[in-house]
Design a protein around this ligand. Structure first.
Ligand SMILES: Cc1cc2nc3c(=O)[nH]c(=O)nc-3n(C[C@H](O)[C@H](O)[C@H](O)COP(=O)(O)O)c2cc1C
Length: 158
């Protein structure tokens, strides 16, 4: 079984809903999934090394910034080597803001700098995930994430 962490920051529940939908698209027969809300739990970044893949979600705050809990997490991330981990990114924002879901792009770059295998397809949802394109994009991320995890398993064992 591959170990997967779904880790997210969500203040009003929109990003949490994306996390929950993503989880439904993952195959629990082959994946051991843990889900954590950064608002509720302190995450020791060293713990991330236990996982084969991480789906990371965040909402965006104040003109494209990382919200507080994502910012703290990101500061702690700076000294961690996540080489070879498969990472998928998602988040909710509001299209009324010029920097729509910019925190998702910021975290994508941060994970790339940690040596992770970052899936190019990111999910950006306008508030609550209810539009067909958004639901399709969430499903696609689940599919690509799982595919990358199994491709990496083949590479690692060969
Ligand atoms: C003060 C404030 C600033 C915000 N700034 C942005 C922003 O710059 N870009 C964006 O896309 N959304 C912005 N938002 C919208 C939130 O990201 C959006 O409401 C999101 O759905 C919250 O996700 P959550 O329910 O997971 O907490 C802002 C919201 C607030 C209250």
């Amino acid at each position: 079984m591959k170990k997967v962490l779904i880790l997210y920051a969500s203040s009003t529940g929109n990003t949490e809903e994306i996390a929950s939908l993503l989880e439904q698209h993952l195959d629990t027969k082959v994946l051991d999934i843990t889900s954590k809300n950064l608002e509720m739990t302190e995450v020791d970044v060293k713990e991330l090394k236990e996982y084969d893949g991480i789906l990371f979600g965040t909402y965006t705050y104040d003109d494209g910034d990382l919200p507080f809990e994502t910012d703290v997490f990101n500061d702690n991330l700076q000294n961690v080597d996540l080489n070879g981990k498969v990472i998928g990114l998602f988040g909710s924002g509001d299209t009324a803001y010029f920097q729509f879901c910019e925190a998702v792009d910021t975290m994508k770059n941060e994970f790339k700098c940690r040596g992770s295998i970052v899936i190019d397809h990111v999910v950006k949802v306008d508030l609550f995930p209810d539009e067909k394109e958004e639901l399709d994009a969430i499903k696609e991320l689940g599919f690509l994430f799982q595919k990358a995890l199994s491709a990496h398993a083949i590479q690692s064992s060969s």
